[in-house]
Design a protein around this ligand. Structure first.
Ligand SMILES: [Zn+2]
Length: 157
């Protein structure tokens, strides 16, 4: 296996911070002690505990510099952040629309309450009017009947 094919496998299947090696074992962060990369942290397959094999990238097990993994992680997260920002803007707009609709409904409910009160008052006034008309009608009827009986008495019927 050439080093370039190893790189492509790592790049395609293990972008970002790795959680597993190709062999299925977990990964751990080690610190390089080589002259070329002193103190540089890297991810390495857990089965490779022997320090002499830490920076031997050609053994087929996971090896990845931490800063490269973090860089890939950030690089992959940026488009998602853009999408999330768009979603937030859309959601804010929807919330504003719903708030406006809610205010409208509240206003309509208030108007309805006022209308109901007016209708109840009108109903009471109508009831009082009907009662008055009935009382007056009964009064007139008694007067008419009374006069008719007086007329019968006068005329002798
Ligand atoms: Zn491994």
């Amino acid at each position: 296996m050439s080093s370039s094919s190893e790189t492509s496998v790592v790049a395609s299947s293990n972008r970002g911070v790795p959680s597993k090696c190709i062999c299925g074992a977990g990964v751990r962060i080690f610190t390089s002690r080589t002259k070329e990369n002193p103190g540089r942290p890297f991810f390495r397959c857990l089965t490779k505990r022997d320090p002499s094999s830490w920076t031997n990238k050609r053994d087929g097990h996971l090896f990845k510099w931490v800063e490269e993994a973090v860089y890939e992680e950030v690089e992959d997260a940026l488009p998602k952040l853009g999408l999330m920002a768009n979603e937030i803007v859309k959601t804010k707009s929807q919330v504003n629309q719903l708030t406006a609709a809610l205010l409208e409904l509240k206003e309509e409910a208030l108007w309805s309450k006022v209308e109901i009160r007016k209708f109840r008052t009108l109903l009471k006034v109508c009831f009082v009017c009907v009662v008055c008309i009935c009382v007056v009608s009964i009064g007139i009827a008694y007067l008419v009947i009374g006069k008719a009986q007086q007329m019968k008495f006068v005329l002798g019927y």
